[in-house]
Design a protein around this ligand. Structure first.
Ligand code: AKG
Length: 269
């Protein structure tokens, strides 16, 4: 049971570590029982989306996207195994329980310190399921380039990544580059379209990456400039995680931004 008077804000030590490294890892934020309950909510959402009418799947950069316009969400599929779901974004509007977890103070309080505001709201939510033996990589990137064309507050975003399963090198845990958040945008791939938002792996020292091998129930908090990636899942178990991203109040959620984008495109014919 949550103590309603307790704060989950960063303490002074964490503030210092965050400024230096660009991320904070807290273990035991959620209990095993809570992780199992959240994972069940995730699996319900995935089952509902797998049962929906299939639309065309498009290879975009290193990913395969399917736009479910009627549900206002995107399902990502594994490019190397296109019948295996990779993830969903956004999802709070189609899963009440997962929306509720995103409002939990254990996630929201620390993100206030990253955003630098008392009043923060969700910007987007992503579920990554990295299925057993099939879950592929999430390529080296910073989040900022994906968001800078959508919103003027892209640089202030804070993400709380909730690990629902034990994360190991073998199952494709998150890898982060401490201190990589201090120099703005790193070199991106020289290519056309969405793939150009990914990082140029030849221009970045991959030895800077540190694997976050953490137990289920851990949360990693980071901002929009942290360099990160994850490798494929080579184990017989899933490596599932939820990423809730928060922004200052008063700015639209991706749902609204996507709606406006689609309306403009329809108007332009
Ligand atoms: O789930 C992961 O391992 C990586 C998450 C991430 O960085 C992303 O989905 O953009």
């Amino acid at each position: 049971m949550l103590d309603k008077t307790r704060t989950f804000r960063f303490d002074a030590t964490e503030q210092g570590v965050y400024a230096r490294d660009g991320f904070i890892v807290r273990e035991d934020v959620f209990s095993r029982e809570e992780c199992a309950a959240i994972a069940a909510d995730c699996e319900q959402l995935i089952a509902d989306l797998e049962a929906a009418q299939r639309r065309t799947k498009h290879l975009v950069g290193s990913y395969m996207f399917e736009a479910l316009k009627d549900l206002a969400t995107f399902v990502k599929w594994e490019p190397g195994a296109p019948d295996v779901v990779q993830g969903v974004e956004p999802f709070a509007h189609i899963s009440k329980p997962l929306e509720a977890w995103g409002l939990d103070r254990r996630l929201v309080d620390p993100c206030k310190d990253i955003v630098g505001e008392e009043d923060i709201i969700l910007f987007t939510e992503k579920l990554n399921v990295k299925r057993a033996q099939h879950g592929g990589p999430i390529v080296l990137h910073q989040d900022f380039p994906y968001w800078e064309g959508m919103t003027p507050v892209a640089h202030r975003m804070a993400t709380a990544m909730v690990f629902l399963d034990d994360a190991t090198i073998e199952n494709g845990c998150l890898e982060v580059a401490p201190g990589s958040h201090t120099v703005g945008k790193h070199a991106q791939r020289q290519t056309e379209g969405f793939g150009a938002l990914e990082m140029d792996t030849d221009a970045f020292d991959l030895n800077r990456l540190v694997p976050l091998e953490v137990p289920a129930g851990t949360v990693a908090f980071f901002g929009a400039f942290l360099v990160h990636r994850s490798l494929p899942n080579r184990t017989d178990g899933d490596r599932r995680a939820l990423l809730y991203t928060y922004q200052p109040e008063g700015h639209p959620h991706t749902l609204e931004l996507n709606r406006l984008f689609n309306a403009k495109r329809a108007e332009a014919g």
